[in-house]
Design a binder for this molecule. Structure first.
Ligand SMILES: [Zn+2]
Length: 197
């Protein structure tokens, strides 16, 4: 009887060590799941900068032009090459002499012989999605942070964190959630589901 009790205690201690170790690893893991939207947007704008940088200059009328900017506008703008008007996605090219020309989708693609307008469309969509999901990204990140701060004394369901991590990653990449994922996120944000009991 006594021996049995002693053995039980021993198992409990080593289990505690195990859980503590797991807790530490888990804590590091949770750290990686948490995202801040300003960092996510910063990362996306870096992607934009990198894309612009890797586009080689092209020659137009014996002058080299570089793509320096792309933006969406609701103002009435005209393509400086073909005269198409209005253009809503605007691409600015600049020569070494500082001459700037505004281009529309078709002209930028054919001048650089690249699907630049397609890239920009997808970039713009990602950015819009991230901005649309700011509350969800911050909300779920805060929820996971809370779990870390409760010193992991509770039993966090690992599978649920995995699911939330997936959601966060999709949202941070500016991708859309499926309706099932959308409703899972809502359940956590409404407090209907909780990570820490
Ligand atoms: Zn044009």
């Amino acid at each position: 009887m006594e021996y049995g009790e002693y053995k039980f205690e021993e198992i409990e201690t080593s289990e505690k060590d195990f859980l503590l170790k797991l807790g530490r690893e888990y804590s590091i893991y949770l750290e990686k799941v948490v995202h801040k939207t300003d960092e996510v947007l910063f990362e996306l704008s870096r992607e934009y900068g990198d894309y612009l940088k890797q586009i080689m200059p092209v020659e137009y009328n014996h002058v080299k032009y570089q793509l320096i900017n792309m933006f969406h506008t609701s103002h009435c703008m005209k393509c400086g090459l073909c005269g198409n008007c209005p253009i809503s996605d605007v691409f600015i090219i600049e020569s070494a002499y500082g001459k700037k020309i505004k281009l529309g989708n078709n002209c930028v693609n054919s001048l650089f012989n690249l699907e630049i307008s397609k890239w920009f469309k997808s970039y713009r969509q990602k950015r819009e999605n991230i901005i649309k999901n700011i509350k969800k990204i911050e909300g779920l990140s805060a929820l996971i942070s809370e779990c870390k701060n409760c010193k992991l004394s509770c039993n966090i369901p690992f599978g649920e964190v995995e699911k939330l991590k997936e959601l966060l990653e999709l949202m941070c990449k500016g991708l859309n959630l499926s309706w099932q994922q959308e409703s899972l996120a809502e359940n956590y944000l409404d407090g209907k589901k909780r990570l820490c009991a």
